[in-house]
Each structure stands twice: as C-alpha cells, then as structure tokens.
Design a binder for this molecule. Sequence first.
Ligand code: CMX
Length: 137
Amino acid sequence: MINRVHHIGIAVNNLKESVALFEKLLGVKAHIQGAPCQKVTEARFKIGGEVEIDLLEPMGPDSAVAKFLEKRGEGLHHIALEVEDINGELRTMEKMGFQLIDKEGRDGVAGQIGFLHPKSVSGVLVELVQPRKKGSA
Ligand code: CMX
C-alpha cells in the first residue's frame, strides 16, 4: 500500500543557485546533506510537515543525476512514494507489470529505497521509500 508522496526529486546544475530560488519560492529553509550512496548532494525542503521537495546536484560525472542533466537538462527527476514493506511492494509491482531497477530495497538517506524504471511508468522515475523507524540509525 502507498501511504503518501514522500518527496519529489528535482535535478539541478547548481545547488547554491537553485536553493536560493526555491527558498524564495517556498518560504522555507533547505536542509543540505550529502548522499554519497546516491552520488548527489541534496537540499531538502519540508513543506507543511508532509511532502518534501529535494533538489539534487550530482557529486560527479558518474552520478545517475549527472547523466540525466546532460541528456535532459534540469527538471523533475523522480517521485518518491512511501510504503511500509518495500520488498513486498516491489514484488507486487513487478507482478503488476512495472519494470524494477532494484529487485530489493537498498540503503538510502530516508530509509530503504527501490526504483521502478521510467519506461514502465509513463516516463516518470518512481522511487519507493520505506522510512527508517524513528530512533534507529
Ligand atoms: N526520469 C525519466 N526518464 C529518465 C530518467 C528519469 N529520471 N533517467 C533516465 N531516463 C530515460 C532517459 O531519458 C532514456 O530515455 P530514451 O531511451 O528515450 O533516451 C532512458 O530513460 C534510459 O536512460 P539512460 O540515460 O540510458 O540512463 P540509464 O538507462 O543508464 O539509467 C535509470 C536510467 C533511470 C535506470 C538510472 O538513472 C537509475 O537507475 N536511476 C535510479 C537511481 C537514481 O536515479 N538515483 C539518483 C538519486 C536519487 C535520490 O537521491 O533519491
């Protein structure tokens, strides 16, 4: 079951410039954090305590986000959906015909994550997130 939209990821060329722009747009401050597991630096904006908007700047040329920027330019990179049981949801989604990038959940900043290929979701890269339990590392 999908609980909610967890975050929206936007690929940017220059994090500093885009943070200034989005702080003006949203009226909230960004929390900036490196995510080496995804090869990006992220600026996270919490809106109304619910959905986040994450700006993603690649850490280097071998990052998936660097490839995306080169090919398609800045813009919507992915939508992340919160689930309770990531491995169960990935299995269910595969049975429903979605193409998995990750067969199993793996460690990400927000918890266990897994991606569905954009070619099987109307051109949108979808991330499933099973958030870490509060209090766990
Ligand atoms: N959204 C929509 N389409 C995308 C896309 C995206 N984010 N990234 C790539 N594509 C499209 C490409 O434009 C290309 O389309 P065409 O065949 O029409 O040209 C196609 O998918 C294949 O793209 P590619 O450039 O050849 O790239 P790869 O196949 O090497 O990789 C993908 C694409 C989605 C499998 C890879 O980027 C991936 O595994 N992503 C998941 C991990 C990730 O994106 N991490 C980044 C940070 C996430 C975070 O911080 O939360």
